[in-house]
Design a protein. Structure first.
Length: 116
């Protein structure tokens, strides 16, 4: 069983930056894809960005140029560097991992609030 533990959320002003981290523990050798989803109040959970063990990246249009996903395969850790944050980025951010693009494991989430 893989456990995912997120950290790095918090309150930030518009235009500010945050860096989320997610460490995978357990049987992590089967994991190919790691990524980040988010769920804003009253909205469905959506994919933000994902990265494979080979470094292939997909991210949604609304975060391109602002968010950067990266991964340390040795440490089984995925990061999300978020710059130029907007109020509409406010959400609970969930780490996700799977053997493919299908999510097999979820973290418990970390809250990101963008507000002045």
């Amino acid at each position: 069983q893989v456990q995912l533990v997120e950290s790095g959320g918090g309150l930030v002003q518009p235009g500010g930056s945050l860096r989320l981290s997610c460490v995978a523990s357990g049987i992590a050798v089967s994991i190919n894809t790691m990524g980040w989803y988010r769920q804003a109040p009253g909205k469905q959970r959506e994919l933000v960005a994902r990265i494979t063990s080979g470094g292939s990246i997909y991210s949604i249009v609304s975060v391109k140029g602002r968010f950067t996903i990266s991964r340390d395969n040795f440490r089984n850790t995925v990061y999300l560097q978020m710059n130029s944050l907007k109020p509409e980025d406010t959400a609970v951010y969930y780490c996700a991992a799977g053997r493919s693009v299908v999510v097999d494991y979820w973290g418990k989430g970390t809250l990101v609030t963008v507000s002045s």
